[in-house]
Design a protein around this ligand. Structure first.
Ligand code: ZN
Length: 707
């Protein structure tokens, strides 16, 4: 919403409802005529602006001023007004339906006779703004000539009953500036300009006044509802023109209703205070948020295209067909159900299918063509907003609002339940039920309930069908007192149960009205576990040394669960483990062992064995080679340096031992050793050793004297 819209909306309301009427006539006077709603569409802000009520009599149009909002629900009806007037403004003291037939059409006048609507589009601009934002040819295309023209839109959605013809005239510059939004005066001036240019305006049923963007008008389009005039604020396209002409032809907006209870979004609430409406929310029609879609079935009825014979009132519980909205031959095209407990509220049901190339070309997956759409609205003769009900309140989008096959919508106020039983390209079938009123008879008890073990962890249930005066909607299955399933068929299998365990089951049937049968019950016991785990996979034995072996394998599977593994060596059980690996030590070097592993479960079922043969590494009995020793004495500092050649070994040299005069002097992994000065004569030798403790022969001996 932008601030401009808000400000101008307020100024327009002031224009229409100026209550202080200087020089008004004292005492009451009386007028009879058709009540029309004036109403502008601010699509960008998503709200209706410049609302007001006018009285159209045989010779004049009066702006009506009420104490309050006035009786909008009487729009389109013939009314008698009493009050005082000044000029063309009436301050209303009372208003009442007058009966009889009004020009705009009440229920009694809704017929399906083919009708030609002649629409004159007058293009005008202003003395301070002479822009021509599009050509007359462009407007002619939009209105009459394009494949997706307004004329083709109405021809298609009216099943050929409305033929829209006419012409585009202008541009004319009218003697007004575009400040403010004096749309009524502008219209009069545009007509005068056209007449002065030689255009005959007789014989037109509707006038569309189109002008360059006037920021003083906080709407894209404005129209009388019903009526013959609409205004187009630089919005020359299908949506605005079809929307405003539809207003002229008798329909209000397609809104949405969004409800929540306790912070949780619900489809509908018994308490109206829990719900809010979005004026243009309905995504399935140009009277809501759509750019191209047909009007919904209730609106089509209000525009006289769905005769009484093609409408059905569901007054008793049962199944009803809902024909395809777009198809001329379909019947009924709309089914409605009264909402008990509310005044003049009905649930209108319609069903659509992908149709044509431009307007109702829904994708095959669109929820609108895979479910029944439910709207809350007044009776056909009352021109107020319809409200789309979101039957999937778990998502905030209304794109998935329709009631898909197999699903049920229940109104908490009236207790009306609607179940979509099936949908097809030929239509939908719904089951309607009523709380208290219509259907109070529960289905019969399900028969012959049998609970049969299906393996060791499942139990299969079956029963014979219940019967019902209206229809069985489904069955609820409980296990040990807790509901575990809702099914439409007469069988169900409970799985994931404990082995060899008994369970008590009960099954009840229910109908669409919520009536529940007595319960059938049966006890079932799962079978014992006789199924062995699978054989452990990929058993591998690896010698880690001459005396240690490591085993590993992949896990077995079991219908209940693997309890563990048994490891045997050469036929003798050596370990029971729960992991998938095991290491054994204390084995004999160089020996070969046959290992086997099997899995077992809690019931004692054992798998086949996986086997492998593992050969230990040989023992190390081979000594390293003898090193060769060299000893030198540093003449300067008297230090003695020993160095020797590296020994070799079949496994590996672990280190060296240095001896002096037959006594162990040092142990090192290096191949050199240095001593501080110590006077005397000494004899040295070195041996190598390995990890297994094998010791080489002694190196050569070397004797040195330090002075
Ligand atoms: Zn509108």
């Amino acid at each position: 919403m932008h601030p401009t819209s808000r400000r101008l909306c307020a100024s327009l309301v002031g224009l229409i409802f100026a209550v202080t009427i200087a020089g008004s006539v004292a005492g009451g006077a009386r007028w009879t005529g058709e009540l029309q709603l004036t109403h502008g569409d601010d699509f960008r802000a998503g709200r209706s602006v410049a609302d007001g009520l006018v009285l159209r009599t045989a010779d004049s149009t009066y702006l009506l001023a009420f104490d309050g909002r006035g009786p909008r629900h009487l729009a389109g009806k013939r009314v008698t007004v009493t009050g005082t007037h000044s000029g063309n403004r009436i301050t209303v003291s009372s208003i009442a339906a007058a009966g009889g037939t009004s020009d705009g059409g009440t229920t009694s006048s809704l017929t399906t006779a083919a009708t030609t609507k002649r629409v004159a589009v007058l293009l005008f601009n202003f003395q301070n703004d002479t822009r021509q934002p599009y050509t007359p040819s462009f407007a002619t295309g939009v209105m009459f000539n394009n494949a997706n023209s307004v004329a083709n839109y109405f021809a298609e959605e009216s099943y050929g009953q409305y033929s829209v013809t006419g012409g585009v005239f202008g541009w004319y510059t009218i003697p007004y500036d575009n400040t403010g939004c004096s749309y009524s005066a502008w219209a009069t001036a545009a007509k005068s300009a056209a007449t002065a240019a030689g255009v005959s305006l007789s014989g037109y049923t509707n006038f569309v006044y189109a002008f360059p963007s006037a920021s003083g008008c906080g709407w894209s389009g404005l129209a009388y509802l019903p009526g013959s005039e609409s205004w187009n604020n630089n919005s020359m396209g299908l949506r605005t023109n079809s929307h405003e002409l539809s207003h002229n032809w008798g329909v209000h907006h397609a809104s949405t209703i969004s409800c929540s209870e306790g912070g949780v979004r619900v489809s509908l609430s018994a308490n109206a205070a829990n719900c809010t409406a979005s004026e243009y929310g309905d995504p399935f029609t140009v009277m809501g948020a759509a750019q191209t879609r047909h009007s919904h079935a209730e609106h089509k009825a209000q525009m006289t295209w769905v005769p009484t014979a093609e409408r059905q009132d569901a007054t008793s519980a049962g199944s009803y067909s809902v024909g395809v909205n777009e198809q001329s031959a379909a019947s009924p095209k709309v089914v409605r159900v009264a909402r008990a407990g509310a005044t003049n509220q009905w649930f209108y049901l319609e069903f659509r299918q992908p149709f044509g190339s431009y307007f109702d070309n829904f994708a095959a997956t669109d929820p609108a063509v895979n479910g029944v759409t439910i709207r809350l609205a007044a009776d056909y003769a009352t021109r107020t907003q319809s409200k789309l009900i979101d039957t999937t309140p778990g998502t905030t989008s209304f794109g998935d609002a329709p009631l898909a096959a197999g699903r049920t919508f229940t109104d908490p106020l009236s207790g009306v339940s609607i179940t979509t039983q099936s949908v097809s390209s030929a239509g939908a079938t719904v089951l309607v039920s009523f709380a208290g009123g219509g259907d109070t008879q529960p289905p019969t008890t399900p028969g012959n309930l049998v609970a049969t073990p299906s393996g060791s962890t499942s139990i299969a249930l079956s029963w014979s069908a219940s019967t019902d005066n209206v229809g069985v909607s489904g069955y609820r299955v409980s296990r040990n007192g807790s509901q575990v399933a809702t099914v439409s068929g007469t069988t169900w299998t409970d799985s994931g149960l404990a082995v060899g365990t008994s369970y008590t089951y009960s099954v009840v049937a229910y109908d669409a009205a919520g009536n529940v049968s007595p319960a059938a019950s049966a006890v079932g016991t799962t079978g014992p576990d006789t199924q062995a785990p699978s054989t452990p996979g990929n058993l591998v034995g690896t010698p880690m040394s001459s005396t240690t072996a490591a085993l590993s394998w992949t896990a077995s599977t079991d219908n209940v669960g693997v309890a563990g593994y048994r490891v045997s060596r050469d036929g003798t059980l050596v370990a029971t483990v729960t992991a998938t690996s095991w290491t054994e030590s204390g084995l004999s070097p160089g020996a070969s062992y046959k290992y086997s592993v099997l899995a077992f479960d809690a019931a004692g079922n054992a798998s086949a064995e996986a086997t492998t043969v593992t050969t230990m590494l040989s023992a190390d009995t081979e000594a390293p080679s003898a090193p060769t020793l060299t000893v030198t004495v540093n003449a300067k500092n008297g230090r003695t340096s020993l160095s020797w050649t590296a020994s070799t070994d079949n496994v590996g040299v672990a280190g060296y031992r240095v001896y002096r005069d037959g006594a162990l002097l040092a142990t090192t992994t290096r191949t050199s050793y240095t001593l501080r000065k110590q006077s005397g004569t000494f004899t040295y030798y070195v041996v190598a050793f390995d990890a297994a403790g094998n010791v080489s022969a002694s190196s050569n001996t070397a004797t040195v004297t330090v002075k």
